[in-house]
Ligand binder design. Structure first.
Ligand code: LLP
Length: 413
């Protein structure tokens, strides 16, 4: 169910008109629906109810503490890729024992921090990283729980920037090297091989690449058993896509059913790291129109939201639906929706049919919850947007709009 709907001619988030949020908080603002986020999180978790599993929400996707607190309250875990994300997850109340730590460039300090916290497992991405984890664990008199993130060399059929499981990608260890590394871990008293992991990409709209990856992982598990390594966790990463435009990805139930069938065993705890499918369509970016600028070539709608707020259109050519907050019945014509940033690459949409708009009108940029605020920046010395959480008929600011002073914090003349 879409929690962003028109009531009469007014677009609302749950029961709150977006115009009210704009009036009280200003624009641009990321507006999350609590019911949408919680509903998608629990639907994903329920989809795997038939097998032992742990859902570890991918913190990088949308990492506000208020959202992470929902993950904690649902009893779920976190997928992190930095010490900063560990800090956030713990601060929000997610137990360290439900945290998995991925990433090709974990620093010694981050590894030490995660070991001290007692995370569930390190998803290790190279031999040198395995050695460093071992050394740090030994120094601390601890045993580090590790999984190898293997690169199954499967084409996820997504944008090249978000495909991670191809053999030319920087992620994971080549599947052919995994056996040797597991043997090293088995013979190292400072390491405990507890899992096997992969993450093949993001915004997948078909289950078949996941199933292909599972096939390769199962073959590896069989070889591992042959050399005396028996792991408890099979982590399949995140990656399930959502509808931005006309995509028709499988829902969590279909995805889970096919994965569970492909895995075909119940002695393993499945670990899933969804992000986009939970947060993506749970949020809109609310922007205000500054000007309509018509040149002989183009119609531009200039908004106060820009590429520093939502970089996905500029970086990936990504499509985000854009709708007026107040329907005015005007005849749509194509427009480039652009921001104030000094780059021609600063656009939210190109040649998008939009009704006539004028200064002060509001637009909602849809599907902005995943990699929206979390990828935003201060480029052009633009304070980052407010984040707002709507719950039924009320709303609250879960991250204040940055101030001018925030912009220069830590700088010295
Ligand atoms: N696990 C790992 C190890 C990951 O690297 C990622 C995403 C996820 C889980 C979550 O994947 P999801 O369920 O959200 O697809 N900024 C890009 C997407 C980058 C994906 C990075 N890794 C975008 O805006 O499309």
């Amino acid at each position: 169910m879409d929690h962003f709907r028109y009531r009469g001619s007014e677009l609302c988030a749950e029961d709150v008109p977006l115009s009210r949020i704009a009036r009280e908080v200003g624009t641009p603002a990321f507006v999350y629906s609590s019911a949408a986020f919680e509903g998608r999180l629990s639907a994903f978790d329920r989809a795997f109810a038939g097998v032992p599993h742990l859902v570890c929400y991918s913190v990088k996707v949308a990492s506000n503490l208020a959202l992470l607190a929902k993950v904690a309250r649902a009893g779920l875990g976190a997928d992190i890729v930095s010490g900063g994300e560990l800090f956030r997850a713990l601060r929000a109340g997610i137990p360290a024992g439900k945290v998995v730590f991925s990433g090709v460039g974990k620093t010694a300090a981050e590894i030490a921090e995660a070991l001290e916290a007692g995370i569930m497992m390190f998803n290790v991405e190279s031999g040198p990283e395995l050695d460093l984890i071992s050394r740090i664990a030994r120094d601390k008199g601890k045993r580090a729980p590790v999984a190898l993130r293997v690169n199954p060399d499967v084409d996820p059929g997504t944008h090249p920037y978000v495909a991670t499981g191809l053999k030319e990608s920087k992620f994971g260890v080549p599947i052919g090297e995994a056996l040797g590394l597991y043997a090293r871990a088995r013979d190292d008293a400072a390491l405990e091989a507890v899992g096997l992991d992969c993450h093949i990409g993001s915004q997948l709209t078909s289950v078949s690449p996941f199933v292909a990856a599972v096939g390769r992982l199962k073959a590896l598990l069989a070889s591992l058993a042959g050399q005396g390594v028996k792991v408890r966790f099979l982590d399949l990463g995140g990656g399930l896509g959502i509808t931005y435009d006309a995509e028709t990805p499988p829902g969590p139930a279909e995805y889970a059913e096919e994965i569970v069938r492909a895995v075909g065993r119940e002695d393993l705890v499945l670990v899933l790291e969804p992000g986009r499918v939970v947060a993506g369509n749970s949020c809109v970016l609310l922007v205000g129109v500054l000007y309509e600028k018509v040149t002989p070539e183009k119609r531009f709608v200039v908004t106060d939201g820009a590429m520093n707020d939502l970089i996905r259109p500029s970086l990936y050519g990504a499509f985000h639906g854009i709708v007026p907050v107040a329907e005015n019945g005007g005849v749509p014509s194509p427009a480039n929706v652009v921001g104030p940033v000094c780059e021609s690459g600063d656009f939210l949409a190109k040649d998008r049919p939009l009704p006539p708009v004028g200064p002060g009108d509001l637009l909602a940029v849809r599907s902005a919850g995943a990699y929206g605020f979390s990828m935003s920046s201060n480029y052009n010395s633009r304070p980052r947007s407010a984040e707002v959480l709507v719950e039924g008929a009320s709303f609250r600011v879960i991250r204040a709009r940055e101030t001018r002073e925030d912009l220069i914090r830590g700088e010295n003349i």
